[in-house]
Design a protein around this ligand. Structure first.
Ligand code: 8YV
Length: 318
């Protein structure tokens, strides 16, 4: 009997590709460029399941055009804003994601950005590479101490809570805003009003999913509520931020520095960020450890196994 065909858009860590090859006819992915709709459809031709990443837009047009043989879209991500869930439901397609296993890696990257942005790490690195270090001086490249400062978390989910614990270990006081108090808030103080949270946040870190309600939630009016010189961290989704507004705030000093791992329109980013010294930029590395990406790939395959085997997947989103 022939094995089910699973089409993967991108390369996965070796252990995941091996597992797929052992159990399925696996159509491997490629890491060059992006997939046009036609290329994605061609890649999925005849497949029983599709494994994708947030780099592949699965909108209603694509979903409706997918071959009828496809039973699920399994995304190697916790976020699923790139998949039109209503269109999938209407087609009877299951959609699954990979939560939990990337929590620590992503919270680590938020901490890296917090420390990097507050201690001017990228500026220091550049000064050394360009041979511009004048030597030790008591007033050289002074950053902001985070001890005793207030961290505001917008979106207290699993990653927000893991980051809150890290920040508390650094002596920070943590507040958060969600629509409702979180089940696990890591002992952080709940703020029912986003505006109040912003006014209290020496550091603001974004951990909310991208939805129509959260798109551009950090706009000019809200940035103006932050204390002068506040630090902004984003490891969630670029679309949460109005880039023009954040760049203007970084130029005026309203925002002292920023640490950004995610961007609207990835892999492009607003060119205004590239010339600012007070931004630490990373190319969406939140979950990028071998351990975490392997665990994400394995979870994506667990989801495939369940749906192909006629069982309920461990992490359904539709
Ligand atoms: C990606 C992410 O999943 O999980 C998410 O939502 O944003 C990322 O960690 C990762 O880049 C691989 O697809």
């Amino acid at each position: 009997m022939s094995k089910p065909l699973i089409a993967v858009t991108r390369r996965l860590p070796p252990a995941c590709e091996q597992r797929l090859a052992n159990h399925y006819e696996a159509r491997p992915g490629r890491d060059e460029g992006s997939f046009s709709r036609e290329q994605l459809l061609a890649h999925g031709a005849g497949a029983d399941g599709l494994i994708v990443t947030p780099a592949e837009v699965c909108d209603a047009g694509l979903i409706n055009a997918l071959p009828r043989s496809i039973k699920l879209i399994s995304t190697v991500s916790v976020g699923y804003e790139h998949i039109d869930l209503d269109a999938a439901r209407q087609r009877g397609l299951r959609v699954t994601n990979t939560p939990d296993v990337l929590t620590d890696a992503t919270a680590d990257i938020a901490l890296l950005l917090l420390l990097g942005a507050s201690r001017r790490a990228t500026e220091g690195d550049r000064i050394l590479r360009e041979g511009r270090w004048p030597g030790l001086r008591p007033t050289f490249l002074l950053g902001n101490q985070i001890t005793g400062k207030r961290l505001g978390i917008l979106g207290m989910g699993r990653i927000g809570a893991a980051f809150a614990r890290r920040a508390q270990a650094c002596g920070m006081q943590v507040l958060y805003h969600n629509r409702k108090p979180a089940a696990d808030s890591a002992g952080a103080t709940y703020c029912g009003s986003l505006e109040y949270l912003l006014a209290q946040s020496d550091v603001l870190s974004l951990h909310a999913p991208l939805t129509p309600e959260t798109k551009n939630i950090l706009n000019a009016a809200r940035l103006a509520l932050l204390p002068q010189g506040a630090i902004v961290i984003n490891t969630a989704r670029g679309g949460l931020v109005d880039d023009d507004a954040l760049i203007a705030a970084l130029k005026s000093g309203q925002v002292g520095s920023a640490g950004l791992d995610v961007f609207a329109g990835e892999p492009q980013l607003h060119p205004g960020y590239l010339t600012l010294p007070n931004v630490m930029l990373l190319p969406h590395l939140g979950s990028a450890t071998l351990e975490t990406r392997t665990a994400m790939g394995m979870l994506a395959i667990d989801n495939v196994d369940a749906v192909i085997g006629g069982r309920e997947p461990p992490h359904p989103v539709a």
